[in-house]
Design a protein around this ligand. Structure first.
Ligand code: CTP
Ligand code: CA
Length: 226
């Protein structure tokens, strides 16, 4: 642990965590979604609560997960709902963690009735960009608030996972970025570890292979408060 890391106890620390995958509605019965299970966000909430923090968990769609003991769980659907819930909760937070898989795009229009098929081919679904919630929370950051982002990267022919992570940390302006190497990356992409913790002040710590609870503990160990 770094010398200025939080003590094991998080008594009196108010944290807000987003988890799961947003669902972007097309009509009353259909949506565009993603495969996020929410398990990492729930593990972060559980470990923080175990360490004594006051925890709010803003949960989009998740696998069949039990609410972590002692955690205030707020359910949301779309990215816009998640954004509203995060801004409201962030006003009272010392630490904010964006572990949710927020859809980058949503359908331009929400059709109020169930879309019917006909003999003709369907129109393409027009999409528009969702707001970048993490960037907004950073822009609205209160003095002393600590903000954590997540990034899942595969690397590609131009850049490896770590350089994409460094660029994302800069672009987002958060204090800590958890970078997960995903996909069947080649050795030069992932090196020996499945990820890194990158801090705004330039610390780069490899994340040892382990459970989501162990990763959660490593994240909380890396969070610092003024
Ligand atoms: N995020 C967010 N709002 C969005 C998209 C992402 O708050 N509309 C947050 C995620 O919760 C995560 C971080 O931003 O903490 C990085 O998400 P990621 O999808 O890796 O980054 P993007 O900026 O969307 O870039 P890209 O998907 O193109 O890699
Ligand atoms: Ca994205």
């Amino acid at each position: 642990a770094r010398p200025d890391a939080l003590p094991r106890s998080m008594e009196g620390v108010r944290v807000v965590i987003s988890a799961g995958g947003t669902r972007e509605p097309l009509d009353p019965v259909r949506f565009i979604g993603n495969r996020s299970s929410g398990k990492q966000g729930y593990a972060l909430a559980r470990v923080a609560a175990q360490r004594g923090a006051t925890v709010t968990l803003v949960a989009a769609h998740v696998a069949d997960l039990a609410n972590p003991a002692g955690v205030n769980v707020q359910r949301v659907g779309s990215a816009l709902e998640l954004r509203d819930a995060m801004h409201a909760a962030a006003a009272e937070a010392d630490v904010i963690v964006m572990a949710a898989a927020v859809a980058d795009f949503r359908p331009v229009s929400l059709v109020t009735h169930k879309i019917k098929k006909s003999d003709a081919d369907p129109e393409p679904v027009a999409l528009t960009k969702n707001p970048d919630v993490l960037a907004e929370l950073v822009a609205a950051r209160r003095e002393g608030q600590f903000i954590v982002g997540f990034a899942a990267e595969t690397g590609d022919a131009e850049n490896d996972v770590l350089s994409y992570g460094r660029a994302k940390l800069k672009r987002k302006g958060c204090d800590l970025l958890v970078v997960n190497a995903v996909g069947d990356g080649k050795a030069f992409e992932v090196e020996d570890n499945a990820g890194w913790l990158l801090t705004a002040d330039g610390h780069e710590t490899p994340i040892p292979h382990g459970s989501k609870a162990q990763l959660a503990a490593a994240v909380w160990d890396a969070v610092t408060l003024k």
